[in-house]
Each structure stands twice: as C-alpha cells, then as structure tokens.
Write a protein that binds this ligand. Structure first.
Ligand code: 4NP
Length: 157
C-alpha cells in the first residue's frame, strides 16, 4: 500500500491548516509513521504567502518552524493526489464537497470528527482574534493529529 497522504484545508491557508500540517508532521515523526502532509485554502487571497505571524509564533513555541510554508488554493487534482482531506470547519467542508471531482478518491471529512467528544465541531478561525486563539487552534489540531496518527498506524499494522 502506498503511504497515506493527508491534506488539511481551511479558508486562507495561513492560520489553521498550516498549524494542522505542522502538528501532523510532528506527531507522525514522533511515531515513525510515513505520511505525506500538506495544507491548502479554499480561498485564494493568501496564495504564496507565509503563514500568519501569530501562527508562526505558536508553532515556534512548540519547536516547529513553519516560516517556509506558503499558501496555496485547493484544486480538484488534490482529490486524486491525497488519500484523506480534512476540512477545518463545516463551511470549508461544504465548499470542498462542491469542488470534489467525480473521480476524486480522497476520503473527505471534518477534522474534529476524529477527536472523541468533538465530533461535528469546527476549529475556530483565530484570524480576527488575539494570540490566545492561536494557542486554542494549536491544541485542537494537535489532538486531531494524534488521533490521525493513531488511526493511520492501526490501518497499516
Ligand atoms: P485560516 O484563517 O482560514 O485559518 O487561514 C483565515 C485567514 C485569512 C482570512 C480568513 C481566515 N482572510 O479572510 O483573509
């Protein structure tokens, strides 16, 4: 079986999904799981931009440098390239359902559905809030990343 490939999708690809990408890379490395990881936005305002400085700061506080990440917009081809696509909230999930091509095989779902007790909830957009919002985002995406690693590891055993 080829390695799993996971894409995280939020609106701007500068706050939540880059943090989810960083968290999954870190958790997978810790557990020795080989997985392709990327992130994208449904919007195109921040294409080629680095993550929000507050997102860079929270990642750095956890020892991870995301300054080289660059924003990109999700494409129909992503549904063929990735095995799993996780939307950070239900608005983005609905938009992804709209652009999904008929031959797109990726499993598509809401990110927090993988966290017991958080099913159906979105990761709150911290963009218009303060730095504390980014800590909450980090906690959410780390919990989800741990659950994803657990799932992917058990599938591959
Ligand atoms: P993200 O946050 O979807 O978590 O990256 C946002 C970033 C930028 C905008 C909205 C949300 N924006 O409207 O520019």
């Amino acid at each position: 079986m080829s390695a799993p490939a996971v894409l995280f999708v939020c609106l701007g690809n500068i706050c939540r999904s880059p943090l989810a990408e960083a968290a999954l890379r870190a958790e997978a490395a810790k557990m020795g799981l080989a997985v392709d990881v990327d992130s994208a936005g449904t919007g195109d305002w921040h294409v080629d931009c680095p993550p929000d400085t507050r997102a860079q700061a929270v990642a750095a506080r956890h020892g991870i440098d995301i300054s080289t990440y660059r924003g990109r917009q999700v494409t129909a081809a992503d549904f063929r390239r990735f095995t799993h696509i996780f939307a950070l909230d239900s608005d983005n999930l609905n938009n992804l359902r709209r652009i999904r091509p008929s031959d797109g095989g990726a499993a598509l779902g809401l990110l927090m559905d993988v966290v017991p007790g958080r099913e159906g909830s979105g990761v709150t957009d911290p963009y218009y809030g303060d730095a504390a919002g980014f800590d909450a985002t980090w906690d959410d995406v780390t919990r989800a990343a741990m659950a994803i690693v657990k799932r992917l590891s058990s599938i591959r055993e």
